[in-house]
Design a protein around this ligand. Structure first.
Ligand code: SF4
Length: 509
């Protein structure tokens, strides 16, 4: 959206309040110490850096009880609000949270000084819902004349819940699905008519399920301190909206783009042009494609185009398609900067994948071996406790990861969750325990052998424990913010330059 504003001639400033909170109160692990510990395989030191950082957050109490409920991956737990409906959260927030002193001392003065005409807030994960409401309340108080726009994947996924009306009441406009055209409309309207008329005349809910690729602007990161993130900086980038398969019954992520779960893919030539521009503007030549699934043919094309650009490196999520077994594809993509692929393995190959409805038939061990030969690292996403799978499948999955730690760089292993709005055979939602702003809902088993929520949670803990004991690198949150970029996790590309977009096309021809 910052890209939309910039192309329309507005001055736009992005703020990452999570990052700003961290920098205001803590000293994150320095990149050189982290890289040294990782390249020396010194996990005691990586742990020390991690827990020292986590301890710093836990020691900020500010008189609030949340301090000890802090985890680096999810932030402060804000236990008091966890099981309340959103309408009650809004009322209870008047007593403040551990974020309040930060917002009042660091964010409010800046907002008051710059007096933006529009403030946009994105909620991209469930953990951000309560903090975002506090921000929205504060913006209303400090900037009564600004137009407030709210959007993000979580907002879209809550659109049929009672929480949505509460979200609407906190903003002038709410965007569901994709926001470029809605944002453009708001900008145009305010330019011509002012905020007051925009409030009266623009619809309260906007958004589109399909936006032509030509209208996808080059992302802008203006305002963000890109060097201040932990690990080696990489820019997030999306080149495909939704998943070209989109039918796994457990997965709701692509539904944030459109009800169909798919909303188009930018051609590789278009993508390369944008990557080069972003690299030139930010000095960061590393990209994390956050597309749900990069088609193998697109990865090959990107590799061919980018091999002429020089120093751009990238990583991407992918489905376990047989095409990834082909060594030449991986070599071509690697020559063009591909450093890591993230596959949805879900379960060890001993589990019958039909139950997952994933329709992916690639041979994971062959793919992983070929990736290693091509110099492409592998991440495996795994999920235990899925209906139709049991404890033995879960333990086999954890063991598979440990046994293949020579070809698997990192992994995630989580318990099955029933996503809001999804129907998974063998389960039904349990409305008596539902919280209206959560993106996953409690469920009860409807078939013999299906594990209940508590059993899934227990199994998840048991499998994660096994991984921590036997292959800690796989799960380590600090290792993975370094590992994709360069051999042995060292920042090979740091300080390198990016060629101009003209070079890209000259080379391609
Ligand atoms: S392939 Fe991946 S992104 Fe696509 S629907 Fe399945 S789990 Fe979701």
């Amino acid at each position: 959206l910052a890209g939309v504003g910039r192309e329309a001639g507005w001055r736009v400033e992005c703020c990452d309040l999570t990052a700003e909170f961290c920098r205001a109160y803590c000293s994150p692990p320095a990149a050189n110490r982290l890289c040294r510990a990782i390249s020396g395989n010194d996990y005691a030191q990586v742990d020390a850096l991690y827990f020292d950082w986590e301890d710093q957050f836990q020691s900020i109490s500010g008189g609030f009880e949340h301090a000890l409920d802090f985890r680096l991956l999810s932030g402060y737990l804000l236990r008091r609000f966890r099981d309340l409906p959103l309408a009650r959260v809004v009322n209870e927030l008047k007593d403040g949270t551990i974020h309040s002193p930060f917002l009042r001392q660091h964010v409010v003065p800046r907002l008051a000084a710059s007096r933006p005409e529009i403030v946009g807030v994105t909620i991209a994960s469930e953990h951000q819902v309560v903090p975002a409401i506090e921000v929205l309340q504060l913006v209303r108080e400090v900037l009564p004349e600004s137009y407030v726009l709210l959007g993000g994947n979580v907002v879209t996924r809550l659109r049929d819940s009672t929480a949505f009306a509460v979200l609407r009441s906190l903003a002038d406009g709410v965007v569901v699905f994709q926001g470029e055209l809605a944002f453009q409309t708001v900008l145009d309207y305010i330019s011509e008519m002012g905020v007051k008329r925009a409030r009266q005349e623009l619809p309260g809910v906007m958004g589109h399920e399909s936006i032509p690729v030509e209208s996808w602007p080059t992302p802008s990161f203006d305002g963000l301190d890109l060097r201040g993130y932990v690990g080696i900086s990489a820019l997030p980038y999306v080149s495909t909206r939704g998943c070209y398969w989109g039918r796994c019954s457990f997965c709701a992520i692509p539904m944030g783009w459109s009800q169909m779960g798919y909303a188009g893919s930018a051609p590789a030539e278009f993508v390369v042009k944008q990557l080069v521009r972003m690299g030139e503007e930010t000095g960061v030549p590393r990209f994390k494609f956050v597309d749900e699934a990069m088609p193998p043919a697109k990865a090959r094309r990107l590799g061919r185009l980018l091999s002429g650009v020089g120093s751009i490196e990238w990583e991407a999520y992918a489905r376990l398609e047989p095409a990834w077994e082909e060594p030449t594809l991986l070599h071509e993509a690697a020559a063009g900067g591909l450093r890591k692929l993230y596959f949805g393995l879900e379960q060890a190959p001993s589990t019958d994948r039909l139950v997952l409805n994933k329709n992916d038939r690639g041979n994971i061990t062959r793919i992983m071996r070929n990736c290693r030969e091509a110099g492409v690292k592998v991440h495996a996403f795994c999920m235990v406790g899925y209906p139709g799978t049991g404890r033995a499948d879960a333990l086999a999955t954890a063991s598979f990861l440990v046994d293949h730690a020579d070809v698997i760089d990192t992994a995630d292993l989580v318990g099955f969750r029933l996503e809001r709005g999804k129907a998974v055979p063998g389960t039904r939602p349990n409305p008596t325990r539902e919280v209206d702003w959560r993106v996953s809902v409690p469920f009860v088993p409807t078939e013999m052998g299906v594990l209940c929520c508590e059993e899934v949670q227990e199994l998840e803990g048991e499998c994660q424990e096994l991984l921590w004991e036997r292959a800690p690198r796989l799960l380590h949150p600090l290792y993975r913010v370094v590992s994709p970029w360069g051999p042995d996790g060292l920042p090979a590309a740091m300080g390198s330059t990016v060629h101009s977009s003209q070079d890209v096309y000259a080379t391609d021809r």
